[in-house]
Write a protein that binds this ligand. Sequence first.
Ligand SMILES: Cc1cc2nc3c(=O)[nH]c(=O)nc-3n(C[C@H](O)[C@H](O)[C@H](O)COP(=O)(O)O)c2cc1C
Ligand code: SF4
Length: 393
Amino acid sequence: MADKYSRRDFLKKVALVGGVGLVGLRCQQEPSLLTPTPNKTDKLSLLFTPIKIGSINLKNRLVRSATAERMADNDGAVTDEMIALYEQLSKGDVGTIITGHTFVRTDGRLGMTMMGLDNDNLIKGITRLSKAVHQFDTKLFVQLNHAGIRAQPDIKNPLAPSAQQRNSPKEMTTDDIEQVVQSFGAAAKRAQEGGADGVQIHAAHGFLINQFLSPRTNKREDDWGGSPEKRVNFLLAVFKSIRKATGTDFPIWAKVNGEEFIQGGRALEECLMAAVKLAESGVNAIEISGLGQKRKTRYEGTSKNEPFYLTQAEQFRAKLKTPLILVGGIRNAEVIEMLLKEKGLDLVSMCRPFIREPDLPLKLQNKSVSESSCVSCSACARNNDVPIKCWQN
Ligand SMILES: Cc1cc2nc3c(=O)[nH]c(=O)nc-3n(C[C@H](O)[C@H](O)[C@H](O)COP(=O)(O)O)c2cc1C
Ligand code: SF4
């Protein structure tokens, strides 16, 4: 996809959207492929049941998946507009909010309205966000990211695992790798100091960590590449750096691809192997997402009752005891309940439904609706120049 555009055009199309495969989705109704088991008791018995994940208690199973709000200022600082949005979301009773992806170094910034945590001046914004959501007993996770090859246009030679890619990237030296790994730890420490309940490592959607994981973009033959196992080393080093900086109890989650539906990308088995290694290192929860063109084709339009990555989640569940979160295409309360009860998922997360209806959990709880009215048209992902909003009536 990217090769069809100039770098600037490409970034305009996808800038500030963590979900790479969303671009180009059209609003078309299509029948559900997944029929939830009828809810005989008419009770959402698990959805609004608290759960303990690692060292923290979550009041319910709903997560606002990381969503680049495009609301930070030029320094990457939290703005009043963001505080107002986070208050609205937590008032709406979501159990956990994962922030939009947050750059750990300026050379990993995707655009000028992306939030940052690369220096101590930015801690006070996280403190404000934490306070805003904690008053409603909602937990806050900061999603940490480095955009790598997808960094903003004025980064002349963006960092990448290997040089043989578009945009004349700089192939990272061992020193570069160590510095970026360290900056993830430092940013996590700042999130912790700001009162965040945890951090999420963004290892999905084609950003730097994913670029190391994928044979498409990692052609190295040293400790950081050359085999599926070695390609996981960068992610594991980031995890260890965060653990070291934040201590044993601080919750560290990760968002990973369950599969990469893209030529030369990772199949499910390789994605699962990386997740197993992460689990062995002690990650506290894994959110399963995905990447690629095939996803776009397969899920074009609205598939309200069809979680995109259920097949992958089932395989992950069979191999992993780590708490699992599923994201992608989830819209309906009965489907959510089925995922929790029958598929063994611990949490369910949504992005676009919360853009349209920040108070969706309250509505599901008081049964004024049974599903989100988001039609998955992805207009919110395409209009990159303004803060996120729903573009449907
Ligand atoms: C406007 C927008 C911004 C997004 N920003 C991020 C992000 O910062 N980090 C991330 O991991 N995913 C991001 N995503 C992807 C979502 O978190 C989610 O994985 C994807 O939208 C599928 O879930 P949904 O069907 O509930 O929307 C974004 C998606 C949209 C539409
Ligand atoms: S939130 Fe609105 S604009 Fe975004 S996908 Fe849903 S309906 Fe479309």
